[in-house]
Design a protein around this ligand. Structure first.
Ligand SMILES: *Cc1c(COP(=O)(O)O)cnc(C)c1O
Length: 363
């Protein structure tokens, strides 16, 4: 992609605090050309610790490549986690994050599972805030996208045998992203994978372990080549119940009840998923977290998937073998209502009675 907005000229100097400071031109950003793709921003955060040492605060530095041992635990054995969140400019003329404490806690649970030292929540939040503050010029205007923030935790120390690395790195970088839907939500067509599973009981499906994602690329690419937007994975034991849509959580609405797969350890506990459950319950809608058979979901009135990137994507059809269930080309009524309510809270258009938005200080 042509990045006509990333040309910038700056001089770097190490100030007395030991922090990098930059003087740069205010090259305008072409907000309308942004998609969900990588655009380099100015600064990133990095902290390191030895195994069994407590985390201390890290440092901001210019965005750029990092160097790593060829024997690092993360590149040999996948000892790594990621997170994803967005900073938005809102109607109250503030910059907010959406429930970042939940991302911090999820990364801590992931760290426990992958035998890494968990990053304390205050350090996680401070890092995310610093990255948003330092890259504030990359936050799109309200309604035209967000600054996507990507925290990473990985075993960066050298280790030859399969064992926890001796050193860990916590990094946070950011990139501006465009609105997921330009001009209204669009319905997606999904294919249930008859061959592949995302996660098995006792595995790592319930945490954002980096190793969970590469195995999905081939099934996803092949579904896309056949005209579908993404793959739906069924459970690995009975191959009957819906688990997730690629890297998004699944919901369906049938006879006035909202259903979503229960968190059994193979499903990633999405923060958007949790927010939708709370919102629906506040609206007086019954929500059932349980086993959602593919055949049951294919008889539903509405279906959608959700995650930080799109918030909510309405599902137009689901194909299982020879059978295609269609929900229509327009988002269902509840799907649209939930999308509007959630994005209005995120954009501070509606009152946030849940305490979900987290203002970034100084912006
Ligand atoms: C990140 C992710 C989600 C969505 O989680 P959010 O917290 O809502 O962004 C869902 N499924 C998988 C597999 C994921 O990695």
């Amino acid at each position: 992609m042509a990045n006509n907005h990333t040309y910038r000229y700056y001089t770097q100097s190490l100030n007395t605090d030991g922090l990098w400071s930059e003087l740069m031109s205010d090259a305008p950003v072409d907000w309308d050309s942004l998609t969900f793709s990588m655009t380099e921003t100015d600064h990133m955060y990095i902290a390191k610790t030895a195994i069994d040492e407590p985390w201390g605060p890290g440092l901001m530095r210019p965005y750029g490549n990092i160097s790593i041992s060829p024997a690092a635990g993360v590149i040999n054995y996948g000892q790594g986690l990621f997170e994803g969140m967005k900073a938005y400019r809102t109607a109250k003329n503030r910059v907010v994050l959406f429930r970042p404490e939940e991302n911090a806690r999820r990364m801590q649970r992931g760290a426990d599972r992958l035998k890494m030292p968990p990053v304390p929540e205050p350090i996680f939040i401070d890092a995310v805030e610093q990255v948003v503050q330092a890259n504030a010029r990359w936050i799109p205007p309200m309604g035209r996208g967000a600054l996507y923030v990507r925290p990473l935790l990985n075993g960066s120390g050298a280790v030859l045998g399969v064992a926890p690395a001796p050193e860990y790195t916590f990094m946070v970088f950011s990139t501006p992203v465009g609105p997921y839907f330009k001009g209204g939500m669009t319905c997606i067509d999904l294919l249930i994978s008859d061959t592949y599973h995302r996660a098995a009981p006792g595995g790592s499906g319930g945490v954002k372990a980096i190793g969970n994602y590469a195995p999905g690329m081939m099934p996803s690419k092949s579904a896309k080549a056949d005209g579908y937007s993404e793959v739906i994975y069924l459970d690995a034991e009975e191959h009957t119940y819906i688990e997730e849509v690629g890297a998004a959580n699944f919901f369906c609405y049938r006879d006035g009840i909202l259903y979503t797969p229960e968190l059994t350890g193979t499903i990633l506990p999405g923060i958007t998923r949790d927010s939708i459950i709370e919102l629906a319950r506040q609206m007086g809608i019954e929500v059932v977290e349980g086993k959602v058979a593919a055949e049951f979901a294919m008889e539903a009135d509405e279906a959608f998937c959700c995650g930080t990137a799109a918030v909510i994507s309405p599902i137009g059809s689901i194909t299982l073998g020879e059978i295609t269930a269609t929900y229509g080309n327009e988002p269902g009524e509840l799907t649209q209502t939930l999308y509007d309510k959630l994005t209005n809270i995120q954009n501070e258009i509606d009152e946030d009675s849940f305490g979900w938005v987290h203002a970034v200080p100084g912006l």
